[in-house]
Design a protein around this ligand. Sequence first.
Ligand SMILES: CSCC[C@@H](NC(=O)CCC(=O)O)C(=O)O
Ligand SMILES: [Mg+2]
Length: 365
Amino acid sequence: MRIEAVELRRIAMPLVAPFRTSFGTETARDVLLVRVVTPDAEGWGECVAIADPLYSPEYVEGAQDVLRRFLIPALPEDADEYRVERALEPFKGHRMAKAALGTAVLDARLRAAGESFGRYLGAARERVPCGVSVGIMDSVPELLDAVAGYLDEGYVRIKLKIEPGWDVEPVRAVRERFGDVPLQVDANAAYTLADARRLKELDAFGLLLIEQPLGDEDLVQHAELARALATPVCLDESIESAADAAAAIALGAASVVNVKPGRVGGYLEARRIHDVCRAHGVAVWCGGMLETGIGRAANVALAALPGFTLPGDTSASRRYYARDVTEPFELDGGHLEVPRGPGVGVRPVPERLEEFTTSSEWVTL
Ligand SMILES: CSCC[C@@H](NC(=O)CCC(=O)O)C(=O)O
Ligand SMILES: [Mg+2]
């Protein structure tokens, strides 16, 4: 497939409410969308890098730069998702940038072929159960109101962001108010092994998992912590490839994996992680990076694969955006439908895309 041009488009997406994690607070997303133009179809990919290198070393301005100067110029004459993956391999890191470009190429090829993302990836279901991620709040009452609202909307699983000073108390309060609702926590690497005793107090609440309690590089420490906890340890930031997943499983550092296609370089590697984990009886679930409908559509398709046995952070569009750049994803009985159309199955709504756009640059090949 010949790629004629690639557009790097930035859109400003205000959040319906601040989203606070242990590494900072998001109030709006500065999103980089990648559009690939071919003779037969256009493909879209969403770069999940946030504005600052706080979740991972990538950040949106850097992703756009590496795409413009290195990744797009390296695209092969006759491109498909595997050839693009191989062409980008020599460049170290920048997985979120690579994922956006590779996904846009795959989306274009699947649209031209009339094949949906779900069918291509191997989806086993037509709808997926949805969890929701709840940020750190100013008070426990405020948290309980937010959780009550999400449960009323039908979310089947609650994830609470935690950090030192906001962990046992909010978890206990949610358990006391909402009983045995499926519940998990995400520390975004805010703790160290020295906090093991405090983290062990969370064992009292029957959590599904504790996500990324320790540092991104701390596989050995996570294995030591996992031996001390009854709550299963899930890794997010630590897993950037199928090899990382295999190492984490071999070390006993994770018994659950949060799969985020952007973090691991794209949907092909995300599926490899799914396959490695499934071969070891390790559950995976689909994480989120506050994607617009473009990334959300592809994530929902991925979340339908057979090894995705836990509800993901695949929330409805309205969890973050009053108006999405695509038609909104809306919860139906706690589930989202897997898009059936060709490619990722959704497109930006032209008027909204123009309204949200802050910049656009074209790279011709
Ligand atoms: C702003 S980066 C957020 C990263 C965080 N993501 C979520 O909590 C889910 C966000 C979502 O619902 O998309 C994670 O570490 O899992
Ligand atoms: Mg996480």
